[in-house]
Design a protein around this ligand. Structure first.
Ligand code: SAM
Length: 234
C-alpha cells in the first residue's frame, strides 16, 4: 500500500478521515480494532513463534517450517512475517489440496463419526494454488514453497527434517495419516501443533487423531489456548 508522506496534504486528509470515522457512530466500524478473521488464537500463534525460534537456535541442521492446511494464508503471512523480521531463511512449506475437503474424508466423518456432510461440503473450495502463491509474493515473501497435495498421501520425508509443523486440516483421516508418518520426518528437536483439538465440536476428528497420536507416543495431552493440541520432540 502507498504511504502518504507525513505532513503532505494526502497525509493530513487521511488523518482527518480517520478522526471522523473513529468518532462517528456510523463509520466507526471502519477503524474499530478487531482480531483478524481467522481461527488461530493469540496463544497458539505465540507458541508457534517461540518454537520456530527455539528450533532455529537448537537444531544443528536447519529444518523446515510446515503448515498443512493453509486456507486463505492468514497464519502463513503472520509466521512468514516473523521469519522475515528475524532473518530466518528456513523454507516454509504450505501444503493444501487448494480445493477444500476431499470427498473420502467427508464421507468418513459422515459415516464413521456421525457428522453432517452439509456442514463441511464446499468449505475452502474457493482456493487456487496459483492465486495463493501470487498473494504471498505480493505480500512480499519469498522463502515459501507451495505444494498442492492430499495430506494423507503426501510423503513428508521429501521435506524432512521438519522443525515445526502446524497441522490444520480439520478432519480425522488426513490428520491421522500425517501424524502416523511424522515421527521419522522430525528434526532432533521438533514441535507439532494440531489445530481444533476440541471435543464435541464439528472438527473433533482433529482432536481424536491428536489423542490417538499422543497416546501412541506415551505423551500427555497438552492444549495451547483452547484448541491447539501440541507435541514436543525434545
Ligand atoms: C481451517 S483451514 C486452514 C487454516 C489455516 N491454517 C489458517 O490458520 O488460516 C483448513 C484447510 O485444510 C485444507 N485441507 C482439508 N483437507 C485436506 C487434505 N486432505 N489435504 C490437504 N489439505 C486439506 C483445506 O483445503 C483448507 O484450506
Amino acid at each position: 500500500m502507498v504511504q502518504a508522506r507525513p505532513g503532505s496534504l494526502y497525509f493530513k486528509l487521511g488523518e482527518l478521515a480517520k478522526r471522523i470515522a473513529f468518532r462517528s457512530k456510523w463509520l466507526n466500524f471502519l477503524t474499530r480494532p478487531r482480531f483478524p478473521l481467522f481461527g488461530m488464537q493469540p496463544a497458539q500463534l505465540a507458541w508457534l513463534v517461540n518454537k520456530m525460534d527455539d528450533t532455529r537456535r537448537e537444531n544443528k541442521k536447519p529444518g523446515a517450517i510446515v503448515e498443512v492446511g493453509v486456507g486463505l494464508g492468514m497464519t502463513t503471512v503472520f509466521l512468514l512475517e516473523h521469519m522475515n523480521l528475524s532473518q530466518d531463511t528456513r523454507p516454509y512449506y504450505c501444503i493444501d489440496t487448494f480445493g477444500g475437503f476431499l470427498e473420502k474424508d467427508i464421507a468418513f466423518e459422515e459415516k464413521q463419526r456421525g457428522k453432517q456432510r452439509h456442514e463441511m461440503e464446499g468449505r475452502f473450495a474457493y482456493n487456487k494454488k496459483e492465486v495463493f502463491e501470487s498473494n504471498l509474493r505480493k505480500a512480499g515473501y519469498s522463502n515459501h514453497v507451495v505444494i498442492s497435495a492430499d495430506a494423507s498421501t503426501m510423503d513428508f520425508s521429501t521435506i524432512a527434517p521438519i522443525d515445526v509443523m502446524l497441522l490444520d486440516v480439520d478432519l480425522f483421516l488426513p490428520t491421522k495419516a500425517v501424524l502416523t508418518q511424522i515421527m521419522k520426518c522430525l528434526n532432533v528437536r521438533a514441535y507439532i501443533m494440531v489445530d481444533d483439538c476440541q471435543p464435541n465440536s464439528l472438527w473433533d476428528g482433529s482432536d481424536q487423531a491428536y489423542n490417538e497420536f499422543v497416546q501412541s507416543q506415551a505423551r500427555p495431552r497438552v492444549i495451547v489456548g483452547t484448541k491447539g493440541g501440541v507435541f514436543e520432540k525434545i
